[in-house]
Design a protein around this ligand. Structure first.
Ligand SMILES: Nc1ncnc2c1ncn2[C@@H]1O[C@H](COP(=O)(O)OP(=O)(O)OP(=O)(O)O)[C@@H](O)[C@H]1O
Ligand SMILES: [Mg+2]
Length: 140
């Protein structure tokens, strides 16, 4: 499909599966959402090992992490970002998506947060920020 589209998103489960490895052999970017919680962050170690192996066949693969379901207050976001920043071979994006009802609500409606009838401005801004961090441009 690469000849037909500018961008192709392959949504794979967050586990080391055959489908995920197959996708990574042809992907330009691995986008990794991490909640700021210990058990989730601990898997970054496994991701670094897997990415290193995959780069044996896909040299240019970039692994970009960002905080998803981030807290509104408290120090967990910073602690998680620090740990992710140390993960070898993974770049931490300067974008953060908060834990907001707007996301599951949009998901249930089969829409993006910006497409809801009354969009949550903070949720929309966060997704725009993620887009900006990924593409270096504002969403159209
Ligand atoms: N930023 C967020 N704020 C609130 N809820 C969120 C946020 N991100 C994801 N969720 C919710 O968490 C749940 C799981 O999300 P999602 O299905 O995207 O996870 P996943 O990691 O892709 O899971 P799987 O590995 O099963 O594919 C959904 O109900 C989703 O709406
Ligand atoms: Mg999923």
């Amino acid at each position: 499909m690469a000849s037909k589209y500018d961008d192709i998103i392959i949504d794979v489960g967050g586990r080391d599966t055959t489908t995920q490895r197959a996708a990574l052999t042809v992907a330009d970017v691995l986008l990794l959402p991490f909640p700021p919680r210990g058990p989730d962050i601990w898997t970054a170690e496994k991701v670094t090992v897997m990415v290193k192996e995959v780069r044996g066949v896909n040299h240019g693969l970039r692994a970009l992490a960002f905080l998803n379901r981030a807290d509104r207050v408290g120090g967990d976001n910073v602690a998680a970002a620090e740990l992710l920043g140390q993960a070898e071979g993974i770049e931490l994006l300067n974008a953060r998506v908060g834990d907001r009802k707007a996301f599951p609500n949009a998901f249930t409606a089969g829409l993006g947060v910006a497409e809801l009838k009354r969009p949550n401005p903070k949720a929309v801004a966060e997704i725009a920020g993620l887009y900006q961090a990924l593409y270096g441009a504002d969403p159209v």
